[in-house]
Design a protein around this ligand. Sequence first.
Ligand code: PXL
Length: 277
Amino acid sequence: MDYKRILTIQDISCVGQCSLTVALPVISASGVECSVLPSAVLSTHTAGFQGYTFRDLTEDMPSIEAHWNKENIKFDGIYTGYLGSTKQIDYVKSIIDSTLKEGAKAIVDPAMADGGKLYPGFDMEFVEAMKSLCSKADYILPNLTEACLLTGVEYKEEYDEAYIDLILSKLNELGCKNIVFTGVSFREGYTGVMVVENGEKSYYEHKFLPNSCHGTGDIYASAFAGAFIRGKSAFEAAKIAADFALECIKETAKDSEHWYGARFEPVLYKLIEMINN
Ligand code: PXL
């Protein structure tokens, strides 16, 4: 097996089953070495806990990058998630330029919003900077809210294929080459992922599970990044990530008290099986 190493840049939410506490195990289970660059350290994630701490690690990034450059450390893929500040986005772009191997892919999850709203702490200045990171990425993985913020299209809960096509063409104008658009639903009870790669559009539809829980976006993006860097096609990786996220949601539904994240650990073996099939 070809051994690959990915760098993921996102926060450590100490408690909350998201970001790095999801990306590390999920990427490792994909059979890919996972290096990390924490963007910030929070006591918990920001979706439901009150009074969380937040330490921004923006100013550590240039010296970490300088050290990696001195050691000639390079990566077979870079996957970015929740970032800690607007200024950090410039540092992340520089790290992509200096540490991504030639021909290797940058995958950007513009993790900043959901359900029609920005996450706490983010503003339109951050959205502007995120546009420039997305235009540099080889693959972006927005949800509908993020795609609307990136393109200026009004967020709607009910829509048709023409609405999705409009967003896709505006993302394309922004310079986004390949798009893995999550949570795209054209009929009740079903949702799916629209993948646009080299101008070709393909859609993977699956059942919508009503108990969809916090953190599944990070599970999805981590499984996509792991499967894709392991050598699956973008569509195959998008399908594996969706099937795995569904398994995690089903597992979480067994415990109605488990509100803050997805119980992915008991079903991690299923991801290993899917990737090795
Ligand atoms: O799952 C996205 C995410 C990541 N990190 C932090 C968050 C969230 C979503 O709310 O709060 C800190």
